[in-house]
Write a protein that binds this ligand. Structure first.
Ligand code: MN
Length: 741
């Protein structure tokens, strides 16, 4: 882009100098040691290195590193090392200088940070890369080495977002999306609340410009009435706070455009119905840290004497601060217009920390020479937070990302090559990690020269050899012993591919069979076969034929239904080369001979139906009932419907026994509790992380602080559900968790 012709080089130099002085002044007024020389050296070096280069906006490039360093210093609160690294952050990436040059001039510490910044400048941050878990992981690993890398990256991203308008539209869209997905949540976790909000709003502005503008306009239009309302709301409280002799500010904070929009989206409501458009905040002055908490509660008492409080909306972040160090007391009360208003009560210090994160910690630091120690402490806290998979601490990470925090083990191939795997990884995980083909053909492993099954869990330092067989094919239940996302994805793809091949084979065989019998292939023939086999579609039919589960014989073409004979499931038993250990009896035989009817499920097909009234699953005490069409319907022993059936059709009851199976059954669990932050996340974590149970559906309502959740899970038997309910009951806020019929 062209330089504005009205600006002379002298004016530009002056502009650069001014921006740099502003950076220095901010630094000098902070509590940091005054290490100006190193900053000065970094500035001059970066300025000369970027000499003659311009940003897309047309301004000299050095303006960007200065702006990033200013954010690092004034908005994040870091010291000279970080400021210098921020000034130098694009030097290695964009000029001929190397990390070694930086190290020679500025020492190892700064060089390492610059190196880290250069390394992560590609990946999710670059032009080509997409959002890959792998790259996110790289970012977090770099972070645990020196979190300053990520903090500076955050400042870099914030400045790029602030100046995003000079980018072409397609890049704006991508950068904004990435910011919302990665940086804003990360900023939140780091306690950089103001930066998080700004990143969200800027992302929103570029992703949905029209909505952004509309909400901005609506906020402006409603300002007057809001102010009026607040004046009425606050007057009686002010009177009481004045009587307490407090020095305080009482004001309102409108939600950010992004969070208003978010609320409108998730609750499906128009702007006018976002009742908690703003929160009221009381910030009081208090020099005595030991009195802070008490004053908060005193204010709370005064407020709740004026207005009725919402019974479930008191948030005490004083006793237990949030992981990102947020402290405050929140109470929601009924305002004079009949709407709920949230009031946040904070001391000045709490407010500063909430808004500015680390920068505020510096401000309140007492004593000299402690900063390195305190910084280290803070950094290690962040690293701990990120390593600790405690549910509330990482609410923004989905299961894949959760993987990233799991600790890792290093194992070795027979040739001594090291491989990093997540803790809990199996032989099969490693096989899939090496190659899809090795995974799909894996039959076992040799760990430290001992033969182990493919489900064997590896430990750090193991030497692992993968044994494969070309005739081996992947199995669906392998997923149970895969912990890596990569392994799971590759297995699923292999299974889909395999199924497709079998379906094609089955179709070929079916058509050849018809030809042999001089029957023309038609939809009628097809749907007849499908109906006779009691399956849902032709893919299924071809699959079962291809698999050998359905034999190609006259039966398939016979037009007459053979009534109550239950034969289709038995074929499942004789599939492939496997032969059943013992023969089973069919329903009628079982009734006639009073034999036990075995409840068998295989490949998703069962020789019984689950009763709709009581939904038993394997492990429950059940009784079979042979219905009018000869199907065995399984009821729970204590099912009221069964009691009725017993009375009228006693002779059709069957004694049953669950057989071992690998299939999963659906059970519904109802959870009740008091809504609180993180409750859902804790529950989900128990289900999918701790117990590795598949969740099919989740329906959550939170009304007036009461949390209700209906959950459909897929489990192997009833004991799993019992355990799950017991674990869920341990979650803070949960009153009850029970299996539903
Ligand atoms: Mn940059």
């Amino acid at each position: 882009m062209m330089q504005n012709s009205n600006i002379t080089p002298e004016m530009e130099d002056q502009m650069i100098e001014l921006a740099y002085q502003n950076l220095l002044n901010g630094y000098l007024s902070s509590n940091h040691r005054k290490k100006v020389e190193i900053i000065d050296k970094a500035f001059k070096f970066a300025r000369d290195a970027h000499q003659g280069i311009r940003r897309r906006s047309g301004e000299p490039y050095i303006m960007h590193p200065i702006a990033v360093a200013t954010i690092v210093s004034q908005e994040i609160g870091l010291g000279s090392t970080s400021i210098s690294a921020a000034l130098l952050h694009d030097v290695v990436e964009d000029t001929d200088y190397t990390v070694e040059d930086i190290e020679g001039l500025f020492g190892t510490k700064i060089a390492r940070i610059v190196d880290g910044l250069t390394k992560i400048s590609g990946g999710i941050f670059g032009d080509k890369a997409s959002l890959q878990a792998e790259n996110f992981r790289k970012l977090l690993l770099t972070m645990s080495e020196d979190v300053r890398v990520v903090l500076i990256k955050m400042a870099d991203r914030l400045h790029n977002m602030r100046t995003l308008s000079s980018m072409p539209a397609n890049k704006q869209y991508k950068i904004a999306g990435e910011t919302l997905y990665i940086y804003a949540p990360l900023a939140h976790r780091l306690g950089l609340y103001a930066i998080k909000t700004e990143l969200e709003d800027l992302s929103f502005k570029y992703n949905h410009p029209a909505e952004y503008q509309r909400i901005k306009d609506q906020i402006a239009a409603s300002e007057e009435s809001r102010n009026e309302l607040f004046a009425r709301f606050s007057a009686p409280i002010r009177e009481r706070l004045d009587n307490m002799g407090l020095k305080y500010e009482f004001f309102t904070r409108v939600k950010s455009c992004y969070s208003i929009w978010n609320k409108m989206q998730t609750k499906h409501i128009p702007f006018e119905e976002v009742y908690d458009l703003y929160a009221a905040r009381i910030v009081f002055e208090c020099d005595d840290e030991s009195a802070e908490k008490r004053i908060c509660w005193n204010i709370y008492n005064e407020i709740t004497e004026v207005y009725a409080k919402h019974p479930d909306r008191v948030r005490d972040w004083l006793t237990t601060p949030k992981v990102n160090k947020y402290r405050a007391l929140h109470v929601t009360v009924m305002g004079p217009d009949g709407n709920w208003v949230e009031v946040q009560i904070r001391s000045r210090k709490m407010d500063d920390i909430a808004e500015r994160g680390f920068a505020a910690h510096w401000k309140y630091k007492s004593g000299e020479g402690e900063e390195e120690k305190e910084l280290d402490l803070w950094l290690s806290t962040i690293v701990d937070i990120l390593k600790d998979p405690e549910p509330n601490a990482i609410d923004f990470l989905d299961t894949i990302k959760l993987n990233l925090f799991a600790s890792e083990i290093v194992v070795f191939t027979p040739t001594g090559e090291a491989m990093t795997l997540p803790n809990g990884a199996s032989v099969l995980d490693m096989a899939f990690m090496i190659h899809t083909d090795i995974g799909t053909h894996c039959i076992a492993g040799k760990v430290n020269h001992k033969l182990v099954p493919l489900s064997y869990k590896l430990s750090g330092g193991d030497q692992v050899e993968i044994l494969t067989s070309n005739s081996n094919t992947p199995k669906a239940d392998w997923e149970n012993f895969l912990v890596t996302a990569k392994g799971k994805t590759r297995l699923r793809a292999a299974l889909r591919h395999q199924r497709r091949l079998i379906i094609d084979e089955g179709e070929k065989r079916f058509k050849a069979f018809l030809e042999q019998h001089n029957v023309e292939f038609s939809n009628e023939v097809l749907s007849q076969a499908i109906t006779r086999q009691r399956i849902s579609n032709k893919e299924e039919l071809f699959f079962l034929i291809g698999n050998g589960d359905i034999a190609l014989n006259e039966d398939l073409l016979n037009k007459k239904d053979n009534g109550t004979r239950i034969t289709w499931w038995r074929r499942g038993l004789f599939r492939g080369k496997e032969t059943p250990k013992e023969t089973t009896v069919d329903a009628q035989t079982a009734i006639d001979t009073k034999a036990i009817y075995r409840l068998i499920t295989h490949d998703g097909k069962s020789n019984y139906h689950i009763a709709d009234c009581c939904h038993p699953i394997p492990g429950d005490d059940v009784v079979g009932f042979v219905n009018a069409s000869g199907k065995v319907v399984v009821h729970k022993m204590d099912c009221p419907t069964l009691a009725r059936l017993k009375a009228s059709y006693g002779s059709r009851l069957l004694q049953t026994q669950w057989e071992e199976h690998s299939d999963r059954f659906q059970a519904t669990i109802h959870i009740e509790g008091i809504d609180q932050k993180g409750i859902l996340q804790s529950i989900v974590n128990i289900i999918s992380t701790n117990m590795s149970i598949n969740m099919k559906r989740m329906n959550v309502t939170a009304n007036q602080g009461v949390f209700n959740c209906d959950l459909d899970v897929l489990v192997t038997d009833a004991s799993v559900v019992t355990n799950l309910c017991r674990e869920i009951k341990k979650v803070k806020g949960v009153n009850n968790a029970n299996r539903m019929s």
